[in-house]
Design a protein around this ligand. Structure first.
Ligand SMILES: [Zn+2]
Length: 555
């Protein structure tokens, strides 16, 4: 672990200050006021760390506000100057002041800083771009631009990120391998980590087994369990816990801040918010105040190996066509399990079993048997739909709709007739006026008719059958069926098509039991002796309880 002693690295004369107002600054202040405020901040930092301020001729103030580097004359001057070895660093209030998140500009800046060995200095952190972590961080910050800025501002305010950025460990539970401790810095007590010798040895052993002995995570777990080493949580070591450990940057003396708390992802056309574990690249990583317990070389080798293993699995997304559909009677999901020999050939046919079979003891079943059952159900549904279509159940809806339409038209006619009768009865010319007696009769007849039509309409509305489009259902079920039968169709597609037809499948099966061989006594005539024989071969005979499925269809 290294700590900057700034005055060893550069003098104020070797620095350039770049000032620019951005959208995130107080909009009520003028450009000049903002830049003045920032300049004072940077001067104060220089005084404190370098014992002097950057000379006026090294300060650049961007007064025009352009989107790209090409639109900003002052940054161009800065970039020109750092080509000279006389200048060792650029001082800014935040990294994002250098660029607005334009990808091309970010790339250009990083290259330039890297090949001219220029430090980027902010009051929070100094970035040495030759260092890989720093480079990653600055790249992310430049690309993130304003979004990142808003985010940091928000959390900097509550001081937690600031504390992390200064190298403190602010978590409540120390990572396995460390204990929590405090160091005195001036008048402040800072929380940090110190090695827990016993646990740290285990951590080093894990990295050694993973990288140098090329063991997989599962075999490391077994090895640790066999050695009687207690895991940080639970009774046994888990591959998932090991994965986290192998990625934990605290082991190389860094501290981290989880930049993404929730992530919006789009899956199957649906937007979902998830709260995933951050990947290494999604942390902000700072130098910690603590000593690492694993060498960076070993740590990086472990990252490279994890990355490799991860990619190898990337194109097997959904392996189980029944994923998310099939549930055990204990309520848990069920998975598809393959049994393979070391050379990759099939050891036994795949089975579906409860995710917690060890606890619920529900019997598993052959995957092929399960698929046969589902195929049979789909076939039966298809037959049913075809029958309904043949019997014109779809047409009955059309007939019904036509009936309603006719009744509605009749009602309209009657209303028009009623109106004209009233008009005739109240004609301004008495000679043409309809006699009151006749009107009375006609109107009574009309009201009665209206009443009848109204009642018929009510009945028709009430008895309107559910509009089930059997033709459409038939197509969906046929698609699912043919996909399920076709081994060339991938599991993910099968899964999607099945989900269009089936809501959920509940599974139940008793645990198979070994059939005990029975000893039968018999008399051997040749030997003239009583003998015993087994009715069954000892070994491979098990009961085969029926598979019970409760299928909820989308019909
Ligand atoms: Zn179960």
């Amino acid at each position: 672990m290294y700590q900057f002693n700034y005055s060893d690295l550069f003098t104020p004369e070797e620095l350039l200050v770049y000032l620019r107002k951005s959208r995130s600054d107080d909009p009520t202040l003028s450009v000049e006021e903002v830049l003045e405020k920032h300049e004072a901040m940077l001067d104060e930092w220089c005084e404190r760390h370098l014992g002097g301020v950057v000379p006026e001729e090294n300060k650049y103030r961007e007064v025009v506000s352009g989107e790209t580097i090409d639109d900003r004359p002052e940054i161009q001057k800065v970039l020109k100057k750092i080509e000279s070895p006389r200048y060792k660093g650029v001082l800014v209030v935040e990294v994002s002041r250098l660029s607005r998140g334009d990808l091309e500009d970010a790339g250009r800046l990083i290259k330039l800083f890297r090949y001219t060995h220029t430090y980027v200095i902010t009051p929070q952190k100094t970035y040495d771009i030759r260092d890989e972590y720093d480079r990653d961080m600055i790249e992310r910050e430049l690309k993130r631009g304003n979004e990142y800025l808003e985010y940091t501002k928000k959390i900097m305010n509550n001081g937690r990120l600031l504390s992390v950025s200064q190298g403190n460990y602010i978590g409540s539970v120390p990572p396995y391998g460390f204990d929590k401790t405090w160091v005195q810095e001036g008048r402040r007590k800072c929380p940090t980590l110190k090695e827990n010798k016993e646990q740290a040895d285990v951590v080093r052993m894990i990295f050694d087994m993973y990288v140098n002995k090329d063991m997989g995570r599962t075999s490391i777990c077994y090895a640790l369990d066999d050695m009687g080493i207690k895991p940080p949580k639970g009774e046994f070591w888990s591959p998932a816990a090991l994965k986290d450990m192998l990625e934990n940057v605290h082991y190389i003396g860094k501290v981290k801040w989880n930049w993404r708390k929730t992530v919006t992802i789009v899956e199957d056309g649906e937007i979902r918010k998830t709260n995933p574990k951050s990947k290494v690249g999604e942390y902000l990583i700072y130098d910690g105040k603590h000593e690492g317990i694993v060498s960076e070389e070993l740590f990086n080798a472990a990252q490279a190996k994890q990355g490799r293993n991860h990619r190898a699995k990337a194109n097997t997304k959904v392996r189980n066509p029944l994923a998310g559909l099939l549930f055990c009677r204990c309520g848990r999901g069920m998975s598809l399990r393959f049994y393979k020999n070391k050379d990759g050939s099939e050891k036994a046919p795949p089975r579906v079993l409860c995710n917690e079979q060890a606890r619920c003891h529900t019997g598993s079943c052959l995957y092929d048997e399960m698929i046969d059952r589902i195929v049979a159900i789909l076939e039966q549904c298809i037959e049913d739909f075809e029958l309904r279509i043949k019997n014109d159940e779809g047409d009955s809806i059309k007939l019904h709709a036509r009936l309603i339409k006719n009744l509605e038209k009749k009602m309209k006619d009657l209303q028009a007739q009623e109106l004209s009768q009233w008009e005739a009865q109240s004609h301004p010319d008495p000679a043409q006026r309809m006699p009151a007696e006749i009107f009375k009769q006609l109107n009574a007849k009309l009201l009665k008719e209206k009443e009848e039509v109204q009642q018929a309409l009510c009945k028709a509305y009430e008895s309107m059958p559910d509009p089930v489009d059997y033709e459409e259902k038939l197509l969906k079920f046929k698609d699912a069926l043919s996909a399920l039968r076709d081994p060339a169709v991938d599991a993910q597609r099968k899964n999607r098509l099945l989900k269009a037809c089936i809501e959920r499948i509940d599974y139940s099966r008793e645990k198979p039991e070994r059939i005990k061989s029975q000893q039968v006594r018999y008399y051997d005539k040749e030997l003239k002796k009583t003998r015993y024989k087994s009715t069954l071969n000892t070994g491979g005979n098990w009961t085969s309880p029926p598979v019970e499925l409760d299928v909820k269809l989308k019909v």
